[in-house]
Ligand binder design. Structure first.
Ligand SMILES: [Zn+2]
Length: 250
């Protein structure tokens, strides 16, 4: 669906405003911006916009159909049971209230966002495929468990000692193997904002594949420079993955 003149103008006005200080992240966020302006996504979320840029973006969207809302970023949804003692687990479950910029179309979404949203609910609004949301929750559960086990190995089950270690930012050895899903997603699906699950990464016509094609078409139509840049990044990450002998990207 082509963009209206008004939507193109909005995208043009927002285009000079930095969305993240890292160029690659900025490019990803710009796809998010474009998909919400084009109304093929109900909500976009920006975690790395600096205060003056945030104000500028709010001004850009002031009289448009897209509402800008400042609210905390999505909180971790603890959908899993920890295998460790609750007293210890709770030390690792803090809420991060960093204000973030959300753009959305409906007032109902804006209200829900202002009330505070967890990552699972936010993932649905951000159009992340359910299979990838579920995989991310499983990954978080495994990672939390690995981190807690690492601290217990280093400091025992004494909550006082663990609390002190966390306050002093002491590092511990964590038994964790990276499956390169972030890099594999960038290499194969450079236009999506979520981390693809294993099933999406290893099959054709997966939900992520379909989203990626849809977003790619939109970006190519509106901002050729951005789509070329994202494809170059994807190629570079795919080359790096091959060189580092990580899992071969398809
Ligand atoms: Zn998936």
């Amino acid at each position: 669906m082509p963009l209206t003149d008004k939507q193109r103008r909005l995208y043009g006005l927002a285009n000079g405003i930095p969305l993240d200080e890292i160029p690659q992240e900025d490019a990803h966020e710009r796809v998010g911006l474009l998909t919400v302006i084009a109304d093929i996504r109900p909500v976009a979320l920006f975690l790395g916009v600096e205060e003056p840029d945030r104000l500028q973006l709010e001004r850009v969207f002031q009289h448009s159909e897209v509402k800008a809302t400042i609210a905390p970023g999505p909180a971790t949804a603890y959908t899993w049971e920890s295998h460790h003692r609750p007293g210890i687990t709770s030390l690792f479950r803090e809420r991060d209230d960093t204000p973030s910029l959300w753009l959305c179309h409906s007032s109902a979404h804006a209200r829900a966002i202002s009330d505070g949203m967890d990552q699972v609910a936010a993932g649905v609004l951000l159009r992340y495929p359910q299979c990838c949301i579920d995989a991310q929750q499983r990954e978080k559960a495994r990672f939390e468990s690995a981190v807690i086990a690492g601290y217990i190995r280093a400091f025992g089950e004494d909550t006082g000692k663990i609390t002190r270690a966390l306050l002093e930012d002491r590092k511990v050895e964590i038994d964790w193997e990276d499956d390169y899903r972030v890099q594999r997603t960038t290499a194969r699906f450079p236009f999506v904002q979520h981390i693809a699950c294993g099933a999406c990464l290893s099959s054709e016509s997966s939900p992520t594949d379909i989203l990626n094609s849809e977003y790619r078409q939109l970006v190519e139509d509106v901002d050729r420079h951005l789509s070329d840049y994202l494809l170059r990044i994807a190629k570079r990450v795919a080359d790096d993955l091959r060189k580092s002998a990580g899992p071969t990207p398809p």
